[in-house]
Ligand binder design. Structure first.
Ligand SMILES: Cc1cc2nc3c(=O)[nH]c(=O)nc-3n(C[C@H](O)[C@H](O)[C@H](O)COP(=O)(O)O)c2cc1C
Ligand code: SF4
Ligand code: FES
Length: 569
C-alpha cells in the first residue's frame, strides 16, 4: 500500500473543496435495537407523515413512554426530521418524553383533574391526600378537564377513570389496571334499535335522490340550526361555503371536547353513536367528502371503542357509501379544539392555530376545502330532517328557537347533560333540570359557557342562554357548559383556576396569549389585585391574540372584576 493511503477510502463531500466528509451522519445516531423495535412495531402500517401522532401513541402504549432512542428511530422510519418528531411529541400533554439520563417514569400515574368543576369538588385536597398515600411508588399529578365534570372530582389511571372519586375508588382503579381488567364500555343504542326508529332513512333518501342536498340545506337554514362547538355559525351557510369551492373535499369532525365543564359530545357519542354517524354521513354526502376524519380526544377511550365498532358495522352494511371514516386520537391539548389547530394535529403536526383567512371551508385539511363540524351539530341532522324544521323551531323559549344540550356541573343536586329548549335561563336550568342547589349551598354565580364564556352573578340568572344574548354582558354560551358557583366558593380561586388553565393550554405561538396569561396569573396570585393593570393586560390579550383561546382567556377574570370587585380587593 502506498505511503499515506488508508485502508478505507475517505468519502469526499460534494463540491470542489475536497473537504473530508463525516464518517457518520450528522446529529443523533439511530440505535440499532430501537430501530428494529420501531420497524417491527409499525409493521405494515403506512409511514405517511400525518400518522405521526398515531405512531407516537403506538410507541407510548407499548413502552409506557417515548425514549430518545425510539423518537430518533421513529423519525428515521417515517423520513421526518428528528426536530419535528421531538417538537410534536413534547407539544402534547399526554406524551411522556424521556430524554437520555432522565429517570424512567413509574408504570402507573394517577392524574387528578384540576379544572373548575373538579376543583369546586375539592379535587386538589384529594390530590394531596393521594400523593401522601402512594408516596414514591406511583406518580400523582394533575391534569386538565377529562370531560366527566358531572361526576367531579375525576381521577384517571391510564385509560381508566373514576368519577365522584374517593381514595377507595382510586385503589380499585389501580388494582383493575394491575389486573389488566377489560375497560368499562357503556351500553348504547344498537344498530337494529336505531334502524327501527327510522335510523339511516334520511341517508338512504339522499343517496337515491329522493331528497336533494339543496333541500336539506334549505331545511337546515329554515330550522335555524347552528354549529354547537362554540361559535354558533349557521350550519346551512357553512355547507354552502364548503360547496362553493371545487373538490376534492374533506370532512373533519371535531370531537375534541376539551372546554372545561363540557361533556355533551361524549354523552351523544356514547348513547346513540349511530345517530351521530348518520349525521356525519349526511353532511359528508352533501359536500361529497371522500374522507372523513373524526378527531376524538384521548380522554374518551370508551368512545373510541364504541365508534370503532360502529364504523366497522357501517362499512359491513355498506352504509358508508364508500367514504372512508378515519378515527384520529388526540393527545391531550385543549387547543386542538380550535378548528385550524385540529387540522394541524390531523396532519401530524403541533396544534398551532392557523391565521385566517383563508378559512378551512375553503383551504382546510391538506390544503383542500374542508367541512368542520362539532359532534352535536351533526347529531341533530337526522332528527331535523326526519321531523322537519318546524319541529326544531318550536323547541325554543323566551324568543329563542330550537333545542340546546347543556352540560350542567358545579353545586347543583343533579349535574348532567340536559336537552332543553334553547333560550332557557340559568335559573330555570338549575331548578327544572339540575334539582336545585346542593344542600348547604346558595346560588352565587354561574359560568354560561365553560372556562371561556365569562361569569355572571346569580342576580343575572334570568337571561336567556343562547347565541347573541350574553355578549353584551361580556359573556357567551359557547359549548353550553354551565358551571354553578355557590356562596361557599372563593371567587379568587375560581378566576385563578380559569387563568391557570389557559396558561397551561396556550400553544405559545403568540406573545399576548403566552406571556399575557402568565403575567395575569402572577398578578392574580397577589392578595390585592391591581385591577387597572389586569384590565389593560386583558385588553391586549383580547385585541392581539391570534385565536379564540387568547381572546377569551381574560373573560372569567374581567367578569369577576366587574361583578364581584369586593372579592378581589
Ligand atoms: C380555543 C378553542 C377551543 C375550541 N374547542 C372546541 C371543541 O373542543 N369542540 C368543538 O366542536 N369546537 C371547539 N371550538 C370551536 C371550533 O373552532 C369550531 O368553531 C367548531 O368545531 C366548528 O363546528 P360547528 O360549526 O359545528 O360548531 C373551539 C374554538 C376555540 C377557539
Ligand atoms: S392565542 Fe394562544 S392558543 Fe391561540 S395561537 Fe396565540 S398563543 Fe396559541
Ligand atoms: S372532569 Fe374535571 S372539570 Fe371536567
Amino acid at each position: 500500500m502506498a505511503a499515506g493511503k488508508t485502508l478505507f477510502a475517505v468519502p469526499k463531500a460534494p463540491g470542489k473543496g475536497g473537504r473530508k466528509a463525516r464518517y457518520q451522519k450528522k446529529g443523533r445516531q439511530v440505535d440499532p435495537l430501537a430501530a428494529r423495535e420501531i420497524t417491527a412495531l409499525l409493521g405494515d402500517r403506512s409511514r405517511q407523515p400525518d400518522l405521526l401522532l398515531e405512531h407516537l401513541h403506538l410507541v407510548q402504549d407499548t413502552y409506557g413512554y417515548l425514549s430518545a432512542d425510539h423518537l430518533t428511530a421513529l423519525a428515521e422510519e417515517m423520513r421526518l426530521a428528528l426536530a419535528e418528531v421531538y417538537e410534536v411529541a413534547t407539544f402534547y400533554h399526554n406524551f411522556t418524553v424521556v430524554k437520555e439520563g432522565d429517570a424512567i417514569p413509574s408504570a402507573l400515574t394517577i392524574i387528578v383533574c384540576d379544572c373548575l368543576s373538579c376543583e369546586l369538588a375539592v379535587s386538589m385536597a384529594m390530590k394531596r391526600a393521594l400523593a401522601e398515600k402512594y408516596g414514591s411508588n406511583i406518580r400523582v399529578t394533575h391534569g386538565a378537564c377529562m370531560g366527566r365534570c358531572e361526576v367531579a372530582p375525576v381521577v384517571r389511571v391510564k385509560d381508566r377513570y373514576v368519577g365522584n372519586a374517593t381514595a377507595d375508588e382510586v385503589d380499585k382503579l389501580i388494582e383493575a389496571e394491575k389486573r389488566n381488567d377489560p375497560p368499562f364500555v357503556p351500553s348504547y343504542t344498537a344498530f337494529t334499535d336505531y334502524n327501527e326508529v327510522g335510523g339511516f332513512s334520511t341517508l338512504a333518501q339522499l343517496r337515491v335522490g329522493d331528497l336533494k342536498a339543496g333541500e336539506i340545506i334549505e331545511m337546515l337554514s329554515d330550522s335555524g340550526h347552528r354549529g354547537l362547538g362554540g361559535a354558533g355559525f349557521p350550519h346551512a351557510l357553512k355547507l354552502n361555503s364548503v360547496l362553493s369551492v371545487p373538490g376534492p373535499r374533506y370532512m373533519a369532525v371535531n370531537a375534541d371536547e376539551s372546554e372545561p365543564g363540557t361533556f355533551k359530545d361524549r354523552h351523544f357519542m356514547n348513547k346513540n353513536p349511530y345517530q351521530f354517524l348518520e349525521g356525519v354521513l349526511i353532511a359528508a354526502e352533501i359536500v361529497d367528502a371522500k374522507k372523513i376524519y373524526i378527531f376524538l380526544r384521548d380522554e374518551y377511550p370508551e368512545t373510541a371503542q364504541i365508534l370503532t365498532g360502529c364504523i366497522k358495522k357501517l362499512k359491513a352494511e355498506k352504509l358508508d357509501g364508500g367514504r372512508e371514516i378515519i378515527l384520529r386520537r388526540g393527545a391531550g391539548a385543549y387547543i386542538c379544539g380550535e378548528e385550524s389547530a385540529m387540522l394541524e394535529s390531523i396532519e401530524g403536526k403541533r396544534a398551532l392555530p392557523r391565521h385566517k383567512p383563508p378559512f378551512p371551508a375553503h383551504v382546510g385539511l391538506f390544503g383542500q376545502p374542508t367541512l368542520i363540524n362539532n359532534v352535536e351539530t351533526l347529531y341533530w341532522l337526522p332528527d331535523i330532517i326526519r321531523k322537519g324544521p318546524g319541529w326544531f323551531k318550536e323547541g325554543g323559549r323566551h324568543g329563542s328557537k330550537g333545542f340546546r344540550s347543556f352540560s350542567l356541573s358545579g353545586h347543583v343536586k343533579k349535574p348532567g347533560v340536559y336537552i332543553t329548549p334553547a333560550g332557557i335561563t340559568a335559573k330555570e336550568l338549575i331548578e327544572e333540570y339540575g334539582g336545585g342547589m346542593q344542600d348547604g349551598h346558595e346560588f352565587r354565580a354561574y359560568l354560561p359557557g365553560g372556562a371561556s364564556g365569562g361569569l355572571l352573578p346569580a342576580s343575572m340568572a334570568d337571561i336567556p342562554l343562547d347565541f347573541g344574548t350574553l355578549e353584551k354582558h361580556g359573556c357567551f354560551i359557547g359549548s353550553a357548559a354551565v358551571i354553578v358557583i355557590s356562596d361557599k366558593d372563593d371567587l379568587k380561586m375560581v378566576a385563578r383556576n380559569l387563568m391557570r388553565f389557559f396558561e397551561d393550554e396556550s400553544c405559545g405561538q403568540c406573545t399576548p396569549c403566552r406571556a399575557g396569561t402568565e403575567k395575569a396569573l402572577l398578578l392574580m396570585e397577589e392578595d390585592h389585585w391591581d385591577s387597572d393593570l389586569l384590565t389593560e393586560l386583558s385588553a391586549v390579550m383580547r385585541d392581539a391574540s391570534i385565536c379564540g383561546l387568547g381572546q377569551a382567556a381574560p373573560n372569567g377574570l374581567m367578569s369577576i372584576l366587574k361583578h364581584f370587585p369586593e372579592a378581589v380587593k
